[in-house]
Design a protein around this ligand. Structure first.
Ligand code: FMN
Length: 342
């Protein structure tokens, strides 16, 4: 197995979504073994003290890597949290075959990796059909997590929980400072001289993926502290809000790192499946970050599990201009190649 092929696959893994685009992962390639490690320096100490959102983000990168390897025709097995004495070693991926015939489904999913991005604009007035939603729930289940679709009453409860979480966070100066560090242009930590205006080699969120004004939605999107430069155009479909969107809670059986990792893999799998069906997915984590509102989400799950993330799933407005892709770290800052037997 060529190290170059693996490195290409891991570059695709770097396109995974992460909380505030912190990209809190590092790969170590010692062919045929790839190790995924958490980068605690980029954990959000105030927002995410347990590392739940960090681990979910790393799980998304792990699933992206699995897809990209399969699209190169490389079979692999995954050991999750293989060493209890080393909790930052999140996964060990062992590649089993040389480059073979790529799996057709993985090739399509790899295309979805390249197309996927977070769109914080409102969705159209067309709803997502029940069969598709059931398929997405199956996709989550196949990755060891659950997707609970909220009823209209549940959405109202979610809306007030999300708004309350946002109020609690906005009153916490440490939280506000941490958010400002990661979001919106001038303060965005940039590891290169590339511009923070999207597409560059950066960490954090550029202004051009943040709406100019808060969209008028039942469930509030994240309050980034200030508007960005992403225009919200008039809806041609009578949409422009979230009344036709479906809200779901991604959850697991236990509030433990293994379940967070699996939830991240499920997030990636669900999102890539949604992209292939022309749908937009918006993760919302504020209500999970605040203990009081996380309890509300747990209640919405009828105490059946531990809530990890809220997802808005919707049909995007047709013919909208594309949203910029958020930049990523250069590969040499997320991938270490230890030795090459390839
Ligand atoms: C665990 C997790 C939580 C997230 N929470 C939010 C959120 O609350 N609001 C939001 O607008 N985006 C949220 N995102 C999306 C990230 O900001 C986004 O993935 C990242 O900036 C990279 O951009 P991209 O998805 O367009 O590639 C979240 C993503 C993850 C993985």
């Amino acid at each position: 197995m060529g190290t170059a092929t693996v490195a290409t696959a891991l570059e695709a893994a770097g396109m995974a979504p992460s909380i505030h685009n912190t990209q809190p992962w590092r790969w170590r390639v010692a062919a045929p073994v790839l190790e995924l490690r958490a980068v605690r320096d980029r954990q959000l100490a105030v927002t995410d003290p347990l590392g739940r959102l960090l681990t979910i983000s790393c799980g998304a990168a792990l699933h992206h890597a699995r897809v990209a390897l399969a699209a190169e025709g490389i079979e692999s097995t995954v050991e999750r949290l293989p060493d209890p004495s080393d909790p930052d070693l999140l996964a060990r991926v062992v590649t089993l075959t040389d480059r073979g015939e790529p799996a057709e489904t993985a090739v399509r999913a790899l295309q979805a990796i390249r197309a996927r991005h977070t769109d914080r604009r409102p969705v159209s007035s067309t709803g997502v059909d029940g069969a598709t939603l059931a398929e997405l729930a199956e996709v989550a289940l196949a990755e060891g997590a659950h997707l609970h679709l909220l009823s209209p009453d549940g959405v109202i409860d979610l809306a007030s929980a999300a708004a309350r979480a946002q109020r609690v966070e906005n009153l916490d100066p440490d939280f506000v400072e941490e958010l400002a560090y990661w979001v919106g242009g001038s303060n965005t930590p940039s590891v290169t001289s590339a511009s923070a205006a999207g597409g560059g080699e950066t960490l954090g969120l550029p202004a051009d993926v943040i709406p100019e004004t808060p969209p008028q939605t039942t469930v509030p999107g994240r309050d980034f502290g200030h508007g960005g430069t992403l225009p919200i155009s008039e809806s041609p479909t009578g949409g422009g809000h979230d009344r036709a969107a479906t809200y779901a809670i991604l959850y697991g059986d236990e509030d433990v790192p293994l379940a967070w990792l699996r939830a991240g893999e499920a997030l990636s799998a669900v999102w890539l499946a949604a992209v292939q069906r022309g749908l937009s997915v918006l993760p919302l984590s504020a209500a999970v970050e605040v203990a009081q509102t996380r309890a509300t989400l747990r209640h919405l799950l009828a105490e059946l599990g531990e809530p990890f993330l809220v997802l808005r799933v919707g049909v995007p407005e047709p013919e909208q201009p594309a949203v910029a892709h958020t930049g990523r770290l250069p590969a040499d800052q997320t991938i270490d190649v230890v030795r090459d037997r390839g």
